[in-house]
Design a protein around this ligand. Structure first.
Ligand SMILES: [Zn+2]
Length: 240
């Protein structure tokens, strides 16, 4: 069976980095939002744990945006957790994106002593300016959300390898070479069982494939529908 790629997204504001034992010998991408570890919010012992994951397991460090939150206000209740691309406002310019992505990279490099090779846009929302910035800053990989399935495999754009990853879901996960979940779900039995089913590798040395443009378009449309439907639910439920 082909090895899979696993990303674990860390949100450290209110919890410690408490990884389950079944991940001990697993190679994975650990993606961290720089602003969540700034200003001493990330204890030294967790910095050490991350360094160990990167060294001992040959894991890879992913940069999950910088600030985490959209620069436009979302006072209407729509989801504010994105920063490279907003579904409801003007695009964010290349200069701005270069600036905050660089700031975030510096935070991670200073904290963990290693530069991230992977950029993971918050909520998997990005645009052409993000791709241009990632290329200029020489990241090797960027994560996207896989909403299509196994035919959507890693492909190349402007010298960057895009890795489509499907969320691991309690009630059925889309078949995908790359999958992801958040730190706080790792102890859910359904999520743990799903992760244990596969062997894992990290994307270093991965060969991008030719993916038909139509599949990429369908994936982008499905992704936006998913996010817009969430916003619709939030708008309806919002008391303001
Ligand atoms: Zn926004």
């Amino acid at each position: 069976m082909q090895k899979r790629i696993l990303s674990i997204y860390v949100n450290l504001q209110d919890r410690e980095l408490n990884l389950p034992r079944y991940l001990n010998d697993v190679k994975f991408i650990i993606s961290i939002c720089p602003s969540s570890i700034m200003g001493g919010k990330f204890p030294d012992r967790d910095v050490k744990k991350v360094k160990n994951i990167l060294k001992r397991n040959y894991g890879l460090l992913g940069q999950r945006g910088y600030f985490g939150r959209c620069k436009y206000n979302h006072n209407d209740g729509t989801d504010p957790w994105h920063e490279n691309f907003c579904l409801h406002n003007e695009p964010i310019g290349l200069e701005d994106q270069l600036e905050f992505i660089t700031k975030g990279r510096e935070v991670l490099a200073k904290t963990f002593g290693i530069e991230p090779l992977i950029y993971a846009p918050i909520n998997h929302l990005y645009d052409e300016n993000t791709l241009a910035a990632i290329q200029i800053l020489k990241y090797r990989f960027m994560m996207d959300q896989n909403n299509v399935g196994k035919e959507l495999r890693p492909y190349e754009r402007h010298g960057v390898i895009i890795i489509p990853e499907a969320p691991i879901e309690k009630n059925g996960t889309l078949e995908s070479l790359a999958i992801y979940t958040h730190l706080d779900t790792l102890y859910y039995p359904e999520i743990a069982e799903y992760i244990k089913k596969f062997k894992y590798t990290v994307p270093v040395g991965i060969m991008p494939e030719e993916i038909p443009e139509k599949i990429l378009r369908i994936n982008e449309i499905k992704k936006r529908i998913r996010k817009l439907e969430r916003d619709e639910r939030k708008l309806k439920g919002f008391a303001g």
